[in-house]
Ligand binder design. Structure first.
Ligand SMILES: [Zn+2]
Length: 160
């Protein structure tokens, strides 16, 4: 009987595998790697590297995605994937908190001009990718944008 290794995802004979916990079985090779890996908390630099490498992987995915040839759709897909990553729903990465970074001075300045300000304590992340379409352009607005593509050397105004 064959079973998939929970770490490398290759198939192995079940009786040659090692049980880690519950239904988490690994192959001999992965088990050896786990024994010598000495897991610990990642440093800030390691977390930054992981996040940035993950974002580049997402970009490569959308760049190569041939079923989505339109640039606008590719960028919307990229945006969705980035938010999905921050929300913690993207494989191999944890979620990230998104907390506005403001100062009391910013807030006072805004209030003087009659503007509301951001709460700098609440995490606004967690399901941002689910809100993407709610606050995004309608299909009609998207079509207008697609028709108004320019070479980027002059400003485009989208008439609503
Ligand atoms: Zn393995």
């Amino acid at each position: 009987m064959l079973k998939m290794c929970s770490k490398c995802y290759n198939q192995f004979q079940f009786d040659e595998m090692i049980k880690i916990v519950d239904d988490f079985y690994v192959c001999k090779s992965c088990f050896e790697k786990i024994k010598i890996s000495n897991p610990r908390e990642k440093t800030t630099e390691e977390a930054q590297e992981d996040l940035i490498r993950h974002l580049w992987t997402i970009l490569e995915y959308w760049y190569k995605e041939s079923r989505t040839p339109d640039t606008f759709d590719k960028m919307a897909g990229l945006l969705h994937s980035v938010l999905t990553t921050f929300d913690g729903a993207s494989g191999g990465m944890p979620g990230f908190k998104i907390i506005p970074n403001t100062t009391l001075e910013d807030n006072e300045f805004l209030s003087l001009f009659g503007e509301s300000w951001y709460n700098d304590k609440e995490d606004i992340g967690g399901y941002l990718h689910e809100l993407l379409n709610r606050y995004g352009p309608t299909d009609e607005e998207q079509n207008k944008m697609k028709l108004s593509k320019t070479r980027g050397d002059k400003l485009t105004r989208i008439n609503k």
